[in-house]
Design a protein around this ligand. Structure first.
Ligand code: ATP
Length: 466
């Protein structure tokens, strides 16, 4: 990461903490690496992004159903999926500064694509780079690095009676991805909702991975949220479904205000043995550069075949029209909600000069902004202004996340709302008491308009949701 990128990254991390978006977890006990908590504004932003995704998946489409499955699942789930045996990353340690790296990330610096490569190949490439004196610790520059070794990403827990705690059969895993629940509820979905293939199941939820590298703020954490959709198809529909979902997902980013030049596709050349196609949506972070936000994968019929095999329950589908019985193939879209929070903050974070001053403003797409509108009385010690402003606040808060603020002068209140990305600020002044109109100031243009209180709700609706 360049010096400038490092600076902007540190600035965004500090900003997120000081403004109530994202806090380091357990800070009073010294913190926990790669675990974060979301404050008031961060939670609102995350919920709005999730709602936009959920709406596009389940409300605007007729063929995708919702699900909320448990984090704990039968341990065989992860044996069947291959995670227990093979959900690993290759790890390299610096013997001097003790920094830890993913070997495939170190190799990426030399344009070697080592994702999913065998450990022997990874160590061969690392040795070649070491011999050529090219390989260095990314943290301290030392050449004293260990060989790569395998590190399981699965997070183990246990349930059952405390006296049974240590027994291997009580070990459960915190799910490393949410889609496992979708596969396990595939049969209940078919039996209860009777959908016809092609159809999808979407869910949002927590996932857990014991990530090796933990220095990327909320980009890569050990506890995170995924928004995943599994689309069940006949094998012959793979290509069409894959292209359709690529288009749908691309359009979602554009609809949510991400400019086309800030995202691009990354096509995976090395695929899992069961997969036939895989693309990532990557985003150009001010700080981290281009990196993955979402994956779209054609997974063949691996998932349902494996669960059929391991559970002994036939998960095949009978097409009533053609009488064909088959195990459905799957196209999945898998996005990280926390990475999207970082993406939207990275995209929105702007420093600009206003007269002699600088202002920090988060230019969120309006529908994603944590607070939609703020209401101020011009003066805090004039009862008639405060009373009227409270009435305007009560009028708006039933529909929008609204804040009331009477602290400091109006300029300071504007700056505070700019910093959390509030699109509209409404001021009640002395004229309001005569003409029943308020001044509405726009976050981006900073222009002010006089709007009658009678029209205020429809004005705000138009400005926020177009
Ligand atoms: P990476 O290569 O960055 O480790 P991945 O290819 O393993 O990610 P997937 O398993 O495809 O990721 O997960 C789908 C999405 O879940 C990713 O695109 C990302 O947005 C999100 N995600 C995965 N791991 C994490 C994590 N540790 N922290 C936050 N989000 C994550």
């Amino acid at each position: 990461m360049s010096q400038a990128s490092q600076e902007i990254f540190q600035k965004i991390i500090a900003f997120c903490k000081s403004k109530g978006f994202v806090f380091p977890s357990s800070e009073i006990y010294g913190g926990m690496s790669a675990i974060y908590d979301y404050g008031h504004y961060g939670t609102l932003l995350k919920n709005n992004i999730r709602d936009s995704w959920w709406r596009s998946m389940t409300q605007l489409r007729d063929d995708v159903y919702g699900l909320d499955s448990s984090i704990f699942m039968h341990p065989s789930t992860w044996v069947a999926s291959g995670h227990v045996g093979g959900f690993n990353d290759p790890q390299v340690d610096c013997k001097d500064c003790k920094a830890r790296f993913r070997a495939d990330h170190l190799l990426r610096e030399f344009d070697i694509e080592a994702d999913k490569a065998p450990l022997a190949d990874i160590n061969k490439w690392l040795d070649e780079l070491k011999d050529a004196k090219k390989l260095k610790c990314l943290n301290c520059g030392s050449r004293n690095l260990t060989a790569a070794k395998i590190f399981s990403l699965m997070v183990k827990s246990n349930i059952g009676s405390p006296t049974d705690e240590l027994k291997e059969e009580n070990v459960v895993y915190l799910r490393p991805e949410t889609c496992g629940g979708i596969y396990l509820e595939y049969k209940n979905t078919i039996d209860s909702l009777h959908p016809r293939i092609p159809f999808g199941v979407a869910q949002v939820g927590k996932a857990f991975r014991n990530e090796i590298v933990a220095r990327q703020f909320i980009f890569r954490t050990r506890e995170f949220e995924q928004m995943e959709m599994q689309y069940f198809i006949h094998e012959s529909q793979t290509e069409t479904a894959f292209e359709m979902w690529r288009n749908e997902r691309w359009q979602w980013y554009l609809d949510n205000g991400v400019p086309a030049e800030k995202i691009k596709w990354y096509k995976h050349e090395k695929l899992a043995h069961y997969a036939s196609n895989a693309y990532d949506v990557t985003y150009d972070f001010q700080s981290l550069g281009w990196d993955e936000i979402e994956g779209i994968h054609a997974r063949g019929n691996w998932d349902l075949s494996q669960h059929t095999k391991h559970s002994g329950v036939d998960l095949s589908y009978l097409d009533q029209r053609s009488n064909e019985k088959y195990i459905p193939h799957i196209v999945e879209t898998s996005a990280g909600l926390n990475r999207m929070v970082l993406m939207f903050i990275d995209l929105a974070y702007t420093e600009e000069k206003v007269g002699e001053d600088m202002r920090v403003v988060l230019k969120f797409p309006r529908h994603l902004a944590p607070i939609k509108v703020a209401v101020f009385p011009l003066l805090k010690n004039k009862e008639e202004l405060v009373g009227k402003a409270k009435a305007v606040y009560d009028l708006l808060k039933v529909r929008y996340m609204t804040e009331f603020d009477d602290n400091g002068n109006i300029g300071k209140r504007y700056r505070r709302q700019d910093e959390i990305g509030t699109p509209l600020c409404v001021t009640v002044d002395f004229d309001t008491l005569q003409d029943n109109a308020v001044t509405v100031r726009d976050r981006d243009t900073m222009l002010q308009e006089r709007v009658s209180i009678d029209d205020l709700k429809s004005y705000v609706e138009r400005k926020i949701y177009g």
